[in-house]
Design a protein. Structure first.
Length: 60
């Protein structure tokens, strides 16, 4: 199981590390402001049965 994963901000291109919360299910979607440029991103997070997490973002 992964404790964290990362996504690339669609606005500034920075790689952002986020924690993985397994209690929210294997398919998650939430909005997070980029800590670098402050633009909101919709974060998509998928966790496979082995606990590997994959995240990607799109601008809100």
């Amino acid at each position: 199981m992964q404790d964290d994963t990362s996504y690339v901000c669609e606005a500034c291109g920075e790689e952002i590390v986020i924690p993985v919360d397994l209690s929210q299910g294997s398919h998650q979607e939430f909005v997070e402001d980029c800590p670098v440029c402050c633009r909101p991103n919709v974060i998509h997070l998928e966790i496979d049965p082995d606990g590997a997490a994959r995240a990607w973002a799109e601008l809100e």
